[in-house]
Design a binder for this molecule. Structure first.
Ligand SMILES: [Zn+2]
Length: 329
């Protein structure tokens, strides 16, 4: 069993707010403490020209200017004078992860960042600067990619960037957006005209546990089997972990381990860090990596109450009805 390469640079610690903020350098430090036996690889720094492959020039300039001024991009999303640099290295971390089939432990995160910043009417950028997971796909013009986004929030930026691209299947599992930022990401959002069915939103109601993820796994597996991707990419957020702080899902190691297992059959894969703020990072990251590496583990499953399960089943029947028009599930 090979250990997967981890991509990391101290540059990821330099983006920070002078005020208390949940998205802070301590997040990555807490992960590093848990992964001491792994090999760490340095990321690239990408060029400004590279960033234009995924973002509009106006947004890129706004990030650069706001970073120089150490201002806020919006009420949630700060910059300091290192943000620009950290964000270029975060994109380069995703690129390196793609090249070595690794996991990039990047900050700032990226999945809420769309072409011109806020995506699908989101109120803010949700701490994100540039869209890291999207970058290798555009840089190398990758085809037949499945992105699995298991951050507890909907990856609206990523879904917007690939909205019209049938070569990128984006499976996003998140807390019911009626109850959580960014307020979009419902099952009827299926992609643009040429890409219908390739954008997939699977909802977990508040207080849902691992048992609900367990019901989603065969659906995700069937879509993967049907699409036959060459590459599996992950937007790996750990804020659905029970008690992590920003949401109310009760996932544990069981879920993160099994998310990692999903890509075991694939030679080409990469993952980039998204959210996760406290215990999710400490416990979830390690379990996800064990899954990616195909290590044999037995984790206990958290279960949901009957009322939560019944809400979940309502979502699931709608999701299946929509998905069956496009996939063999
Ligand atoms: Zn999140």
């Amino acid at each position: 069993m090979a250990l997967i390469p981890l991509i990391y640079s101290d540059v990821y610690l330099l983006h920070q707010s002078k005020y208390h903020h949940v998205e802070n350098p301590e997040r990555v430090r807490s992960i590093l403490n848990e992964l001491k036996d792994h090999q760490f690889i340095s990321p690239y720094k990408v060029s400004e020209e590279d960033v234009k492959m995924i973002h509009d020039i106006d947004y890129i300039n706004l990030v650069k200017k706001t970073s120089e001024k150490e201002g806020w991009l919006d009420a949630d999303t700060y910059t300091n004078k290192n943000t620009w640099e950290s964000a270029l290295y975060a994109l380069g971390g995703a690129l390196k992860a793609f090249e070595v089939n690794g996991f990039a432990l990047v900050r700032p995160p990226g999945h809420h960042s769309g072409k011109s910043g806020r995506a699908f009417g989101a109120p803010t950028l949700g701490f994100c600067i540039f869209n890291n997971v999207a970058f290798p796909i555009r840089k190398y013009n990758l085809k037949r990619v499945v992105i699995i986004d298991f951050d507890v929030h909907y990856g609206n930026g990523t879904q917007e960037i690939f909205w019209d691209d049938p070569e990128v299947v984006h499976i996003d599992i998140h807390q019911d957006p009626k109850t959580l930022y960014p307020g979009t990401g419902f099952p009827d959002m299926i992609g643009g005209k040429e890409a219908e069915g390739t954008k997939i939103n699977l909802l977990i109601p508040p207080l849902g546990g691992d048992d609900l993820y367990e019901e989603l796994l065969p659906i995700i597996q069937s879509i993967i089997d049907d699409f036959k991707p060459k590459i599996i990419a992950y937007s790996a957020g750990f804020d659905a972990y029970e008690g992590d702080g920003l949401a109310s899902i009760r996932a544990t190691e069981w879920t993160y381990y099994n998310m990692g297992i999903l890509s075991n059959r694939f030679e080409r894969k990469y993952a980039v860090l998204e959210g996760g703020y406290t215990v999710g990072l400490k416990n979830g990251v390690k379990a996800f990596i064990q899954g990616l590496e195909g290590e044999k583990k037995e984790y206990n499953k958290n279960t949901s109450s009957e009322s939560v399960k019944s809400r979940f089943r309502d979502y699931l029947s709608e999701e299946k009805r929509i998905l069956r028009e496009y996939w063999k599930i």
